[in-house]
Design a protein around this ligand. Structure first.
Ligand code: ADP
Ligand code: MG
Length: 646
């Protein structure tokens, strides 16, 4: 809120400044015209307008000069001083006024864009009600501490991230994720700052406050995004650096050839590469703003440009193409002393601390019979393979074949055949093994204690996932894009499960049984083959691949921040359709940037030509110059309207 006020005040000041300059100019002109006051007086008024309007520009120019830099303001300052020197007071004042007016209009339009982005923070209420015993007290949002109980009523914004302890309600997450249907939440569910309670009543225990809330993190990402320049912008900046001195030299040459100082001044005014310099950043900000409103966070111009050039999109399977909401469909005990329940309970101990969707499915299963899961000692995640834990003197290993092989545990032909049968249906099969200490992980277990190891596999659990409802349609959109896009599936799951899913989704490039490092290597291979790659993943076991791809897209990240670091684009919700949207937005942004640069160069050089030939006056030059900047800005604004497809 405070920030908004400050911005408003500064805009207000600019407007007053602008009006003051305008009044001085108008007075000077009117007095000469209607009251035929001596020129001396009217000239003084125009000079006052020039100085008061031009002062901040000159200060900037001088500051830059101290750093041995020639900037656009340098050209304007020289032009104004020269115009005054030859007695064109009125013209000098008018040129300065036009430049200020242009800047003001630019400020207003750019502020509009920023607002599209910055809308979130202003929605966080300044105060909240918290429960203290039986009382409800109102405190400042900034004063909320972790563990406080926040009371939220319908229509109110949720100010912090937390867990519902009492009540239930429908939460509108549209402002954060862009998803328009409210989601039902009740005790035990997580809620996020920036969302709105549509119906119901909630008491929420604060888990993240201040800088750690979802909204604060989103804001921080967007702020950072705007400082990361696009490669195209860097090129333009470098160009502008040489452009300004070149214009100065050109103006001097024209003067020496024509002895027409007005022509030289006109060149200085018209040549300012403002439109050129504005072309990229305005487009980037508009595109990032459009995406942010849909719950898509793009980490700056580089990411945006990369998105525009993608030729291959690689998907992770679990949690990305599938819902990641796995269900246990069959439990098969292998050894005599365990029944189905035992097998799942052992597995639950091993998976208790894991974040993997598979682990969640197991824990959900035991929750059905209210089994209290013991906390394991020594929990080890084998990325892309499974988990290993110790519980008292028991070693439990849960994972895939490669993890079992690493532990020297053999699978009987019978189990293998059973597993293959399940996998062909697209299910993921977990092998659960346990043993006493000397048997497992001893490198050569089989010789040491044959009996124990023969019994090591105690069961297998088959889990089924469902393909996301929008997966098929999204892949079709990608295939039908104007820029043909190839699709690949990289997964840590086994080849049969992967092929079954790939067949259903008609993906023909499939690589399975990949460890995180293999995924990365595979991405590198594609890059080496000349593909521009986008990797779409949920960040579990695929963060390195996200970081390696030309564009890393992390999905479904609301409430988890593991992947945000590694990715270039973060999609807060689970909507796969955002993937083609991001690519199209990138493509469109690259086009708009190119249009802007092309237009600015053409317009600038055309105007320089006219000025050199003495065909336009200083005032016309100033007006045209501003118009070109505004055209570029308006062109960029087109990106704010993000269409579904382009
Ligand atoms: P994906 O590439 O499909 O997202 P992951 O790389 O996350 O798959 O996992 C690959 C395989 O590793 C899984 O199919 C499973 O067999 C095994 N695995 C990974 N994490 C676990 C876990 N926590 N418990 C058991 N198995 C696991
Ligand atoms: Mg995964």
């Amino acid at each position: 809120m405070k920030q908004n006020n400050l911005r408003f005040i500064s805009r207000y000041k600019e407007a007053i400044h602008l009006s003051a300059v305008a009044i001085l100019l108008a007075l000077s002109w009117a007095l000469r015209q209607f009251f035929t006051l001596p020129e001396l007086v009217t000239n003084y008024l125009a000079l006052a307008a020039t100085i008061s309007g031009g002062y901040p520009i000159a200060v900037k120019a001088i500051k830059a000069l101290r750093e041995r830099e020639l900037i656009i303001d340098t050209l304007v300052t020289i032009a104004a001083v020269a115009a005054v020197a030859i007695g064109d007071y009125g013209e000098a004042g008018f040129v300065i006024f036009i430049l200020l007016l242009g800047e003001f209009l630019e400020g207003v339009t750019v502020a509009k864009t920023s607002q599209a982005i910055k809308g979130l923070a202003s929605l966080i209420p300044d105060t909240v009600k918290i429960r203290r015993g039986s009382e409800e007290v109102e405190i400042a949002t900034a004063a909320i501490k972790i563990g406080d109980l926040i009371v939220v009523r319908p229509g109110e914004h949720i100010a912090i991230d937390g867990v519902i302890v009492r009540g239930e309600g429908a939460i509108d997450q549209a402002l954060v994720t862009g998803e328009s249907t409210p989601v039902e939440r009740s005790a035990g569910d997580k809620v996020y700052s920036g969302t709105i309670l549509a119906t119901g009543a909630l008491e929420i225990e604060a888990t993240n406050v201040g800088e750690d809330t979802t909204v604060a993190k989103i804001e921080q990402m967007i702020t950072e995004a705007r400082t990361r320049k696009a490669p195209l912008e860097r090129i333009v900046d470098r160009f502008a650096k040489y452009f300004v001195p070149a214009v100065l030299v050109f103006a001097v040459i024209v003067y020496l050839l024509t002895f027409d100082i007005r022509r030289a001044i006109t060149i200085l005014i018209v040549a300012c590469p403002c439109a050129l310099v504005l072309g990229t950043p305005t487009a980037v900000v508009a595109a990032i703003g459009a995406a942010a409103r849909k719950g898509i966070l793009i980490k700056g111009g580089r990411a945006l440009e990369a998105a525009g050039k993608i030729t291959t999109v690689i998907f992770d399977k679990t949690g990305t193409l599938t819902n990641g909401l796995l269900k246990v469909v069959e439990v098969k005990p292998i050894c005599a002393e365990h029944d189905e329940k035992n097998v799942v309970e052992l597995t639950a101990i091993a998976e208790k601390l894991s974040e993997h969707p598979l682990a969640k499915a197991i824990l959900e299963k035991v929750a059905e019979w209210e089994y209290i899961v013991a906390s394991p000692d020594d929990f080890t995640v084998k990325q892309g393979q499974g988990v290993e834990v110790r519980n008292n003197d028991l070693h439990i290993v849960v994972g895939n074949r490669s993890l079992l092989a690493e532990n020297n545990i053999a699978l009987s032909e019978e189990i293998e055949a059973y597993m293959q049968g399940r996998e062909e249906r697209g299910e993921t099969v977990l092998i659960v093994a346990h043993s006493t200490e000397d048997c497992l992980g001893s490198g050569n277990g089989q010789d040491k204690n044959k009996d124990c190891c023969a019994k090591a596999v105690c069961g297998v659990i088959s889990l089924a996932d469902t393909i996301k409802a929008d997966a098929k349609a999204t892949l079709q959109i990608l295939r039908n894009r104007k820029k043909r896009t190839k699709i690949a599936l990289f997964t840590g799951d086994n080849a049969r499960t992967a092929s079954s899913i790939a067949a259903e989704l008609k993906i023909n490039v499939v690589a399975a049984e990949l460890l995180p490092a293999d995924k990365t290597r595979k991405v590198e291979e594609l890059i080496a083959a000349g593909e521009k790659t986008a990797m779409v993943g949920d960040g579990i076991n695929d963060a390195p691949a996200l970081a390696t791809a030309d564009l890393g897209i992390a999905m479904g990240t609301l409430g988890s921040d593991i992947t945000v670091q590694a990715s270039d684009v973060t999609i807060l919700h689970d909507d796969l359709a955002s993937v083609p949207q991001v690519l199209d937005l990138g493509r469109k942004a690259v086009w708009v940037i190119r249009e802007n640069i092309f237009f600015a160069l053409l317009f600038n050089s055309g105007m320089i030509g006219l000025a050199a030939l003495g065909l336009i006056s200083m005032v016309i030059a100033a007006i045209f110059h501003q118009i070109s900047s505004l055209i570029v800005i308006l062109n960029s604004m087109r990106l704010l309207v993000m269409r579904k497809r382009s």
